[in-house]
Design a binder for this molecule. Sequence first.
Ligand code: SAM
Ligand code: SF4
Length: 460
Amino acid sequence: MTATYRVETWGCQMNEHDAERMAGLLNRRGLSAAASEADAGVVILNTCAVREKAEDKLYSRLGELRLLKKERPDLVIAVAGCIGQMSGADIFKRAPFVDLVLGPRAIKNLPELVEQARRQRTIDVNLHEDSVRFGYDDAERLTPGRARVTVMEGCNKTCTYCIVPTTRGRESHRNYDALLDEVRRLADRGFVEIELLGQNVNAWVDETRSRDFADLCRGVARVGGIKRVRFTTSHPLHFTERIAAAMGEEPALCPYLHLPVQSGSNAVLRAMKRGYSRENYLERLAMVRAKVPNLSLSTDFIVAFPGETEDDHAATMALAAEARFDFFYSFLYSPRPGTPAESLDGIPRAVAKDRHMRLLELQAGIQEERMSRFAGAVSEVLVEGEDGRGDHPPAGWRRYFGHDRHWKIVVFDAPRPLEPGRLVDVKIERTTPHQLRGTMAGALPPAASRSLSLPVMAGR
Ligand code: SAM
Ligand code: SF4
């Protein structure tokens, strides 16, 4: 049992990919994924520190694991990810049964750290600057067909609310050739979609080869066998015309962009130290929309940042109405330890919640309209798995889900089994604010195929 592990992940795509790297590194050392918690010899909690809620979740999960450790003292419990980095040895004080604490940049050492933790309590929260050179090829890609590729670690920005520069350190960028080699090997293994990852992904640069992120996108998009390329998360300050042009010109680059704005008020953007104004942001949207036809766009908002007035919130609402995002993630501001905004006076919770609700209500109508533009279209979907929710597909048919090139979730019926990881065309018949629904293109719609097949069935 000690040779089995379980990784539980909260948070962003970088964390999800960190979990894939952990799995790959442990597999190489002869460990294997546990079928269930009860079978796991090592449990790794791969945490997120961006908002306080995520921390609360960690300690409630640790409360459960404490009971398990009482029954099985040889169980190794590890706290990894951004809370590991942020809280360090304090985790041992609050949860003395934890055996190992490590930060995101210590993942390359995970197998050795686990071995050491079997003998004595262990911690590695060094911000290893060379971490970008290790362990990427070992990653166990867990999504069929889609491979995440880290282009940089860390973040050099100083947004006043954000813990990430503390937990993930200064930026280290991977080398262009190493990245292209990794993508080629992934293509050889049958991956068709690449997601380039970084906290500030579009600031990536390979100084030695004078390449920028637009060059990297074009290089990856041209690797044989790669059909779709996306990237996250872009910072508005680094979103250049060159990147937009690459998106418009390279067929493999998906027409989808996540460009976090955080607020529509210039006063709040200044207080957040984002480095751009609402006008700059909207200009950039117009620029990229002009270069990428039918672009889908999403963003992040932080609602009720300290000092945000009703007028500031109105400016955010106006920006959302003007930009017409396909969807957004919105968060109530959460003070993070050691950040410049931590000491600022917060907005009363009821006011914050009311502002959040109004923003979501505004978006509901916009989202419905943005989704409706796909009705009747044919979407290319990467099959991710079978959809077992809601009503059943017609007899003999299967229901699948996946994402299209616009990062929309598509749920569709197919007349035969499909392997996860392959691309299929789907005729969109119905849209909802959160999903597209349809039938595999070329297959007769379920109703028609049923009526055609009935006489045959009856004759048997
Ligand atoms: N690097 C990306 C960027 O600058 O847009 C985002 C990284 S951050 C992990 C993801 C999102 O979490 C941010 O875009 C922001 O909306 C949100 N976030 C970060 N710190 C937060 C805080 N203290 N309170 C609430 N939301 C926060
Ligand atoms: Fe945090 Fe700002 Fe860096 Fe994004 S750019 S990770 S919000 S500091």
